[in-house]
Design a protein. Structure first.
Length: 296
C-alpha cells in the first residue's frame, strides 16, 4: 500500500524594520547623523524584503563603521580603509549575498581612497555607503579629507589650510556607474536611494552628509536643511554624464541631494558568467594537462 505524502507549502515571511535590528546597543553620540543612515538601511532592506541571512555588511574603522553591529545580518568590521576590497571578496565568494560596504569620509576617501577606482573599474556588484561628517570623530575631532577650508578642528587650531576633496567628482571620474548623495536626516530619500543602489547591478556609491554634533555642532543640521537642493526637483537628468559633471562641479555640490548619475553596464559578475560559458565550451582539462602548459 502506498502512502501519499503531502508537503506543506512554505509560509511567506514578511520582513519588517524590526527584523533587521540587532540586540547590540548603539554607542553613537546623541544626535549623530549615523542614526539616520542606520534607520535608512533598515527601511531599504525591508522595502526589498531581503532575508537577513542573505545580506552581509562590511565596514572599516570609525564611528560610522560600527554600523554592521547594529544590523541583524552577517557583518564584518575590517581594518581601516579596507571595507571595499573585503566586501569585494565576500561578494566573489558568495555572489548570492547582497553586500553593502559602509564607512566614513576618512575611511573611504583617505586611507581607503585607492580602492574606490578599482571597485568602479571592475564594477563589482555591491553598494558602498559613505557617511561623510567631514571630521575624524572617533579619534576626537581631527580634520578629514572633506573638512571645509578654514574650519577649526582639534588638529587645525587656526583653521584648515587644505582644499577639501570633492568625493562626487572623484567617483564620477573613476567611472562609478551609480552615484548619489543624500542627507542623513532625510531618511525617506536615503532609504529609497539605498534600495535603488542595492538593486543596481554593479558598483554603487552613496555619499551621505551625516553631521557630527559633537565636533561640528548641532547647527549644521539646520544649515544643511536650509541649503539643501533636491536634484530631481531641479530637473537634473541622472542618465546624462555631462549633467552629472555639472552637479559635481557646482560650488554647492555638497548640498545637492538625490541620484547624480546612473549608467547601466556589464558588472564583474556578468563578465565572470561569460568566461565560465566560454570555459565550458572549450572543454575540461585534466590537472596533468594544465601542468604541461608550464613545462620548460
Amino acid at each position: 500500500m502506498s502512502v501519499e505524502t503531502k508537503v506543506p507549502e512554505a509560509a511567506h515571511t514578511v520582513f519588517g524594520v524590526k527584523d533587521y535590528k540587532s540586540d547590540l546597543k548603539s554607542i553613537w553620540c546623541p544626535g549623530c547623523g549615523d542614526f539616520g543612515v542606520l534607520n535608512s538601511v533598515y527601511r531599504a532592506l525591508a522595502k526589498l524584503q531581503l532575508p537577513p541571512e542573505d545580506v552581509a555588511i562590511v565596514s572599516g574603522i570609525g564611528c560610522s563603521s560600527r554600523l554592521p553591529g547594529y544590523v541583524a545580518t552577517y557583518g564584518f568590521n575590517a581594518i581601516h580603509g579596507r571595507a571595499v576590497p573585503i566586501a569585494t571578496g565576500v561578494k566573489l565568494a558568495n555572489p548570492d549575498l547582497t553586500v553593502l560596504a559602509v564607512g566614513g569620509d576618512g575611511d573611504g576617501f583617505s586611507i581607503g581612497g585607492g580602492h574606490i577606482p578599482h571597485g568602479a573599474r571592475r564594477n563589482i556588484d555591491l553598494t558602498y555607503v559613505v557617511m561623510d561628517n567631514q571630521v575624524y570623530g572617533l579619534t576626537k575631532g581631527q580634520y578629514s579629507p572633506t573638512t571645509p577650508m578654514g574650519d577649526v578642528s582639534t588638529s587645525t587650531t587656526f583653521g584648515s589650510i587644505e582644499q577639501p576633496l570633492n568625493p562626487l567628482f572623484l567617483c564620477l571620474s573613476y567611472g562609478v556607474g551609480f552615484l548619489a548623495q543624500c542627507f542623513s536626516s532625510d531618511t525617506r530619500m536615503l532609504s529609497d536611494v539605498i534600495a535603488d543602489g542595492i538593486q543596481y547591478p554593479g558598483f554603487a556609491v552613496i555619499n551621505v552628509i551625516s553631521p557630527c554634533p559633537t565636533f561640528r555642532g548641532h547647527d549644521q543640521f539646520k544649515q544643511i536643511k536650509e541649503m539643501a537642493v533636491d536634484l530631481a526637483e531641479e530637473g537634473h537628468d541622472p542618465s546624462s554624464f555631462e549633467s552629472a559633471v555639472r552637479v559635481t562641479r557646482r560650488p554647492d555640490h555638497m548640498n545637492c541631494f538625490g541620484l547624480i548619475y546612473r549608467e547601466d553596464k556589464q558588472s564583474y559578475h556578468a563578465g565572470l558568467a561569460k568566461i565560465r560559458e566560454r570555459s565550458r565550451a572549450r572543454g575540461t582539462y585534466e590537472p596533468a594537462d594544465v601542468l604541461k602548459q608550464f613545462e620548460v
